[in-house]
Design a protein around this ligand. Structure first.
Ligand code: SF4
Length: 456
């Protein structure tokens, strides 16, 4: 249990508690005050009291709150780290986007490394952020009127065991598909006049290739009038067992530039364990099937999958590199709270997971890939991160824009969150659609008018 003073720190401090396995059961009381030019934090963990003092100056209420949160989190991090004997790779940083803090420091004319060091970020992660920022050069652009388009297709052949998306097996939801495609068509037609400069289109899921070829074509036909010249166009095709020549041809005919062939692992035993219902050979076959179309290809891998050994993970990284896609994304397993996978993954041990991630960084770097986007989620195994890697000149615009929140995002379909930037990007308003398909269908027309009001 956590109690704190002032109360507005509660959610921030809970984010720190969640980083430490088992700490949610600790008894924690924290108080934060500002006196004589310093934030004073008193942290009581299971009866042991520690105090921390951090000098800081602020000029307004907003800055006061921001610094108050920063040093309260740092104090709690130190206390929990001492209590548990655990040091975490991102230290007291809890946000989804470590690059955001780095950009803020750079925009203020300061290097971000001293702040990262103070927040106890591991030096190799500080270096990773520096490389990510370098990898975004030429793409990172905060400009009003720039927009990305996301089209949500929450359908999959089967549900993978570790998946926390709202997607459902298509056998159970196919009955909604005709109405869903019609609603998407209406949303897209209404979106066209709201978009000034379109930087990218991303058709994601789910598994867009879970749709039949004619259904997929209906989606791409509805998108066609919105595309603008030179605009990046990704269809996150998805699982290799859904690939057909016909679907790839439709993608080519509608100007798709990028697809995803998501392996997750090249170990058949792991794939069976996580409910993927395809083999490593199916991944190789999908790469071979897609090769003649010259799409830019992304391949997803996951570190920390249940039962996967260090050797199996390294072999998966090597095999993905050997297939030579433009982009390889290395995720860390995101633990679903209370899920069986959580316990199984814990058995893997943090040491092995860190070694896996370190191996992926070494191997991808040696193969000529550079990191270009990075994000973290709640309940990530070992409090690690997800990193997108790209060969030079192939970084995905959509991923950079979404992760750095530098552009508007107009998102259609169920479980789609649109974002509109105001005041030069300093303020973001969001508009979300229902996760559940029947509710989305019932509200689709209302969503259209709400979004029009936001983007008008
Ligand atoms: S294919 Fe992807 S979206 Fe679909 S169930 Fe598996 S992990 Fe989730």
């Amino acid at each position: 249990m956590l109690t704190c003073e002032p109360e507005f720190l509660q959610p921030e401090l809970m984010d720190v508690v969640r980083l430490f396995e088992g700490a949610e059961d600790f008894s924690i009381a924290q108080s934060t005050a500002y006196a004589d030019g310093a934030f004073e934090n008193r942290v009581d963990v299971n009866g042991e009291v520690r105090t921390f003092s951090d000098e800081a100056a602020f000029s307004d209420e907003l800055q006061y709150k921001s610094l108050c949160k920063r040093y309260a989190k740092l104090a709690l991090y130190h206390a929990l780290s001492e209590e548990t004997g655990i040091a975490l790779p991102w230290g007291a940083l809890t946000g989804i986007r470590p690059t955001r803090l780095a950009y803020q420091e750079l925009e203020a004319g300061r290097d971000f490394a001293p702040l990262f060091s103070r927040m106890m970020v591991a030096p190799d992660n500080t270096e990773l952020v520096r490389r990510v920022i370098a990898g975004q050069r030429g793409i990172y652009e905060r400009r009003e009127g720039n927009c990305d388009l996301f089209v949500s297709l929450p359908f999959c052949p089967t549900k993978c065991e570790y998946c926390s998306f709202i997607t459902a097996p298509i056998a159970a939801t196919r009955k909604y598909l005709p109405d869903y495609l019609a609603a998407l068509g209406r949303e897209l037609a209404a979106a066209q006049p709201l978009i000034r400069t379109l930087r990218s289109v991303y058709v994601g899921g789910g598994t867009p290739f879970a749709l039949e070829a004619d259904e997929l074509e209906e989606v791409l036909r509805a998108i066609a009038p919105l595309r603008q010249n030179g605009c990046e166009y990704t269809v996150e095709a998805g699982r290799p067992d859904t690939f057909t020549r016909e679907k790839l041809e439709i993608c080519r005919d509608y100007g798709v530039t990028r697809i995803c062939i998501n392996a997750q692992s090249f170990s058949d035993a792991t794939l069976a364990r996580i409910g993927r219902k395809h083999t490593a050979q199916a991944v190789r076959d999908a790469f071979a099937l897609a090769a003649p179309y010259n799409f830019s290809v992304n391949c997803d891998l996951i570190a920390g999958l249940t039962g996967e050994t260090f050797g199996e993970f390294c072999a998966s990284v090597d095999e993905a590199i050997a297939l030579s896609p433009d982009n390889i994304t290395v995720h860390t397993l995101c633990l679903k709270k209370g899920a069986r996978l959580k316990e199984e993954t814990q058995r893997l041990g943090e040491g092995r997971l860190s070694e896996m991630i370190a191996y992926s960084r070494r191997a991808l770097t040696a193969a000529g890939y550079e990191p270009y986007y990075l994000y973290r989620q709640k309940y990530m195994a070992g409090a690690h991160e997800n990193v997108g890697w790209a060969k030079p000149g192939t970084a995905c615009v959509y991923n950079v824009d979404v992760m750095e929140e530098t552009c508007d995002n107009l998102a259609v379909g169920a479980n789609a969150v649109s974002k509109k930037l105001f005041e030069g990007g300093r303020r973001i308003e969001r508009h979300g659609s229902p996760k559940d398909i029947p509710t989305y269908l019932a509200k689709a027309d209302k969503l259209i008018s709400e979004r029009a009001a936001l983007f008008a």
